[in-house]
Write a protein of this length. Structure first.
Length: 451
């Protein structure tokens, strides 16, 4: 597939890296010459220096022969305009990253007129992820698939966990009443697609797939879950788009306090969030947090645009006894230190945006793509095409590539943990976990035979 990406920043860089590695023909349009040079030196992709909202630049990038155009700069107006010009140049599909809801609210007709097939709002996507994490204690990452029938959840293995030192086969015997599958293990910088003989070790981040209630049972079995009690009181630092989105999603079921030092942000949030208590103040000041009863909260969310402030605020919250802390953290550089400073889970708006976009740039009937943070593997929800190779017989006879496994199969009447005797049927929603290098091979197995 020929893919054009307007913007070589965080989201564009990540998309170019993933998609080029998986064999797509990727062209990145980037106005900054220095960043363009770095892209050329580190990526297996074409780079065009210029303004992606310029028809001349789009022609140079080959928009007339592109299959899809991804507008992911940090400027909403540029993304909207570049999609319009890409469509006029002949690119049949486009996706725009838009942060300001005012640009798109109530304007579906205008969006279609611009030739945009899909709008992705990073802050709304990240807020949904944060709320899922708050409602699933003990997890580091949570993503629902197959219309919420199953969940992919990550969790850290503490030293006192009964999982420590056990092989997956041993765990299957111990937890024979729990229907789940361990699908990915992150160990330091290594990603494993495990088999029954692989052993879980303290310090691993383990990803499972299971039905929602089973995920809660497994997190309890792993060890003490941070914030395992009822979610009643939540404090949010930062009236950013992300902070306001999280408050809006929680305020009907929780008592929410939102703190921001900027008068205008606090005023806007107060007018927008009728059931949230908005406080103007410097949330990184310890005395203010104590005065506002941070220690009595069930959860604390640091949602400012400053990663360092988020980490420090979570450290304060943990020292005051808050059982569950979440932070917005974009850079993987901080990952090794997050647990040390008191962050139970982190959300990257960049990563959730990449996940939201990836499912639209794949061959076949792909319903969702999940890239787990810090892991060089994907969870892919696929529906087999007509005459697909995976329909030919039991899974043991299907030549799945090494580094891929079928996690679960969701049918209208049941959820199946697949084994060698399982046969995939037409209409099944199949969740496959695959290392980056074999994703293309997996997609071919599910593609229609007419392709």
């Amino acid at each position: 597939m020929k893919i054009l990406i307007n913007g070589g920043g965080g989201v564009g860089w990540a998309l170019a890296e993933i998609l080029s590695h998986q064999g797509h023909d990727v062209t990145v349009i980037e106005p900054d010459i220095r960043r363009a040079d770095v892209l050329r030196s580190e990526m297996d992709c074409h780079v065009v220096v210029g303004n992606g909202a310029s028809p001349a630049t789009l022609r140079e990038a080959g928009a007339d022969s592109g299959d899809i155009f991804l507008a992911v700069t940090d400027q909403d107006e540029v993304n909207l305009l570049s999609c319009l010009f890409a469509r006029e140049a002949g690119c049949p599909r486009s996706i725009a990253r838009i942060r300001n809801r005012a640009c798109v609210d109530g304007s579906d007709k205008a969006i279609r007129a611009l030739g945009i097939d899909q709008i992705i709002n990073p802050d709304e996507e990240a807020a949904r992820e944060m709320v899922r994490l708050l409602r699933t204690p003990g997890t580091t990452q949570v993503t629902p698939l197959a219309d919420d029938a199953v969940i992919v959840a990550g969790m850290m293995v503490p030293g006192e966990s009964p999982f420590d030192g056990k092989t997956l086969a041993e765990l299957a015997e111990i937890h024979d009443q729990l229907r789940y599958r361990v699908v990915v293990i992150r160990r330091d910088k290594e990603t494993l697609i495990p088999t029954g003989g692989d052993r879980i070790l303290a310090g691993d981040e383990v990803f499972i797939i299971a039905e929602p209630e089973t995920v809660k049972q497994v997190t309890r079995a792993f060890g003490p879950a941070a914030g395992a009690g009822q979610l009643g009181r939540v404090m949010i630092l930062g009236a950013s788009e992300l902070g306001r989105n999280v408050a809006a999603m929680l305020q009907d079921t929780c008592r929410v306090k939102l703190i921001d030092p900027t008068g205008q942000y606090a005023q806007d949030a107060s007018e927008e969030l009728q059931r949230t208590l908005v406080i103007e103040g410097a949330g990184h000041e310890m005395d203010l947090l104590e005065r506002e009863s941070l220690g009595d909260m069930d959860a604390f969310v640091a949602a400012t645009d400053e990663e360092e402030k988020n980490l420090i605020a979570c450290l304060y919250a943990k020292r005051l006894g808050v059982p569950r802390t979440l932070a917005r953290v974009e850079r993987n550089f901080y990952r090794p230190f997050m647990m040390t400073v008191g962050v139970d889970a982190a959300v990257s708006a960049r990563q959730v945006t990449v996940n939201a976009i990836l499912k639209y740039v794949r061959a076949g009937d792909i319903r969702a793509v999940v890239r787990m943070r810090g892991v060089s593997a994907e969870a892919i929800e696929l529906v087999p095409g007509e005459g697909a190779k995976v329909l030919d017989g039991p899974l043991r006879t299907v030549r799945f590539p090494r580094g891929a496994l079928v996690g679960m199969i969701v049918r209208p009447e049941e959820v199946v943990i697949a084994d060698g005797d399982t046969q995939i049927r037409a209409g099944d929603h199949v969740v496959v976990f695959a290392l980056d290098k074999v994703v293309g091979q997996v997609e071919k197995l599910f593609a229609s035979s007419s392709r």
